[in-house]
Design a protein around this ligand. Structure first.
Ligand code: AHR
Length: 640
């Protein structure tokens, strides 16, 4: 009897996991682990897009939102840029002691770094016969001048002027102030301030630390520009990619639905300048080595927000411009420089095609309205560009009637991939690791386009990251059917968020990678090239005793990569048996993410609360034993 109990205990805690080393296991797509970008939580303006001035073209409906004005100043609307016609006129007050000018508050302030250069630029002309001049200052919260420069404007033609500002130390929260310093008046348009040190040193560039964080994930796919903002609250406010290309000065401002979606996180100054537009998205995809995956409106405004017909483009003449937008986008990305949109891409600085292979049509759509619209899109795209893979939606929920109907329709229409979304609690993730084991292998492939584990407190805590790590073994085990997955949302400003959890948090100075980020990174860096069957007693490990496991082979590195999560509260002993390997001692790199506190998170104050820990070890031959601490996730890279 005692022997029986002891045997039971040992079997409960020791798992014999067999990994079949077959070089020809099903192929893992290069697009497998990726990123999903949306301008939510000040992810673009005020975030990744490095512009420091808010409402730089005075196009917000309240033209001076973000600005404080003083003296004699007025808004005019016959400026040099057709899509953004507003500008300001500064005039002499009539007395030298009474000043005219304006101040910009930036996005939650303007942060600058010691000895870095900041490029101030403005379109300007004098507005009277006399020459005009202004003084540009960065001021702190007590109105002390940190650095300043003078600008003379002698021409009555619109021209762009540039100068550099260089602070002598770090300041987290400044304002930009402009004084009129001449008796002659001046017109100012598109007032901009950028760090010179952007990602790859580009003008109109991206914030370096944030772009670097994306690069460091090694993403295979890059979905943009959202989410709900693709659809718009109404059709007019959907994301229109054509408004996001060409010179930044002429990109038409759009509202951002995340401005007002949650009244408890209400941000009336949240708009989309489109300074980070489709050209920059394609360029960033190229920079980070990810396949670009643009998503366009299917002619349905957000279905959550709208029930009436005015929010839909009717199939036929109404929908045609939407379909044309999709065809033109492919031309913009891939077309020859002699084509209309290929030429625009080339003039923007990229004559080579971006080699786009995927397009998403619609975001979270459901019901018959969606397939009715998707069908003509698919016909038109496949007729002109049969090589482009089309991604359809299965709606906002990963189960239920609408989801089933969505999948059925995607199969009928022969969509190449189907986008699934799930923001669910830890239990859902832990019990769902076998979700894809029984998916139809002959139908469309899966794109888990938005997912994140939401603990009750909606923190990016260790518990949520561990559940995602465990669940993702199910992506890997089913890599023949799951071709892409992207965590969502990507970015959040600590002062300006609307939605959490999020992968990367930042303020104006610094950024922090969440524990969830490190899970994504471990998968991204260890994606492998071929699946390896991983089992215990011929069954996949989908939570037995809290253990989740999967494995891949990487033919480029000639490595076996094992991933395993112990979600239980106890140590688990694992006997790995590597079937099909020659018996020899091998070097192994073991990477661990673990924490005794499930609620711990990485913060700006403590960015390394939980980070991957790397150890080197040796294994004696084709089998080895490891002990997995409670609540831990591990990756073993075994050199062959
Ligand atoms: O990721 C945040 C939002 O969640 C996305 O915009 C939308 O697609 C989903 O509902």
């Amino acid at each position: 009897m005692l022997l029986f109990v002891v045997t039971q205990l040992i079997t409960a805690q020791t798992h014999n996991i067999q990994v079949d080393f077959k070089k020809n296991g099903a192929e893992i797509q290069k697009t497998m682990y990726g990123i999903f970008f949306e301008d939510i939580n000040y992810g673009a303006d005020g975030g990744l897009y490095a512009e420091l001035i808010k409402n730089r073209s005075f196009e917000f409906p309240q033209h001076f939102l973000g600005w404080n004005t003083f003296g004699k100043i007025e808004i005019k609307n016959d400026g040099p840029f057709e899509n953004n016609p507003h500008y300001v006129r500064l005039s002499y007050s009539g007395h030298t002691d009474k000043h005219t000018g304006l101040e910009n508050e930036g996005f939650f302030g303007i942060a600058v770094k010691k000895d870095n250069e900041y490029r101030f630029s403005v379109w300007s002309r004098k507005s009277a016969v006399e020459n005009a001049s202004i003084r540009i200052e960065l001021i702190d919260e007590e109105s002390n001048v940190i650095t300043s420069q003078k600008l003379d404007v002698k021409s009555s033609e619109w021209k762009q002027y540039e100068l550099m500002l260089k602070p002598n130390r770090n300041y987290p929260k400044l304002k930009l102030r402009i004084f009129l310093t001449s008796a002659g008046g001046i017109d100012l348009e598109h007032i901009s301030l950028f760090p010179v040190d952007t990602w790859k040193g580009r003008k109109n560039g991206l914030r370096k630390d944030l772009a670097q964080a994306l690069y460091d994930l090694k993403p295979g796919i890059f979905r943009f520009p959202g989410g709900c903002i693709v659809e718009g609250t109404d059709l007019n406010t959907r994301y229109q990619w054509k408004n996001s290309i060409g010179i930044p000065e002429n990109r038409k401002l759009n509202e951002n639905r995340w401005q007002y979606t949650f009244t408890h996180r209400f941000f009336p100054d949240y708009y989309q300048s489109y300074g980070l537009g489709f050209y920059e998205f394609f360029q960033l995809s190229e920079d980070i080595g990810a396949e670009p995956l643009p998503v366009l409106s299917c002619g349905l405004a957000c279905q959550f927000q709208n029930k009436d017909e005015h929010a839909h483009a009717s199939v036929g003449a109404d929908l045609d411009p939407y379909i044309q937008d999709a065809l033109d986008l492919i031309e913009f990305a891939n077309g020859d420089v002699t084509t209309r949109y290929g030429k625009i891409r080339s003039e923007m600085g990229h004559p080579e095609p971006f080699n786009m292979k995927f397009i998403g049509i619609g975001n979270e759509q459901w019901g018959s309205l969606y397939p009715e619209r998707l069908e003509p899109f698919m016909k038109a795209i496949k007729a002109k560009y049969p090589e482009i893979k089309i991604i359809g939606s299965s709606g906002p929920s990963p189960d239920g009637k609408d989801f089933e109907y969505g999948w059925e329709q995607m199969k009928r229409l022969k969509a190449d991939l189907v986008d699934e979304h799930y923001y669910r609690d830890p239990n859902w993730f832990l019990s769902g690791a076998a979700r894809y084991d029984k998916y139809d292998r002959k139908g469309p492939k899966v794109f888990a386009g938005e997912y994140a584990c939401h603990p009750q407190n909606r923190k990016n805590n260790f518990e949520s990251a561990l559940c995602e790590a465990a669940f993702m073994t199910g992506f890997e085990r089913n890599a023949d059917v799951v071709h892409m997955c992207t965590y969502a949302p990507l970015f959040a400003h600590v002062q300006g968020w609307q939605w959490r959890p999020d992968l990367i948090w930042f303020d104006n100075m610094n950024s922090v990678r969440s524990v969830n980020y490190y899970v994504q990174q471990l998968y991204g860096h260890n994606a492998g090239t071929n699946m390896l069957n991983t089992s215990e007693n011929k069954l996949p490990l989908t939570g037995q005793d809290g253990i989740y496991a999967s494995s891949v082979y990487d033919k480029n590195k000639n490595e076996i990569i094992l991933k395993i999560a112990n979600t239980s509260g106890e140590t688990r002993t694992i006997n790995y048996i590597l079937k099909g390997l020659k018996n020899a001692e091998r070097a192994v790199v073991k990477t661990t993410l673990k924490s005794v506190d499930p609620d711990v998170e990485n913060t700006l104050e403590n960015p390394a609360a939980v980070v991957p820990v790397i150890e080197e070890m040796k294994i004696p031959g084709t089998s080895f034993q490891v002990s997995l601490e409670p609540k831990s996730f591990h990756v073993f890279n075994i050199k062959i």
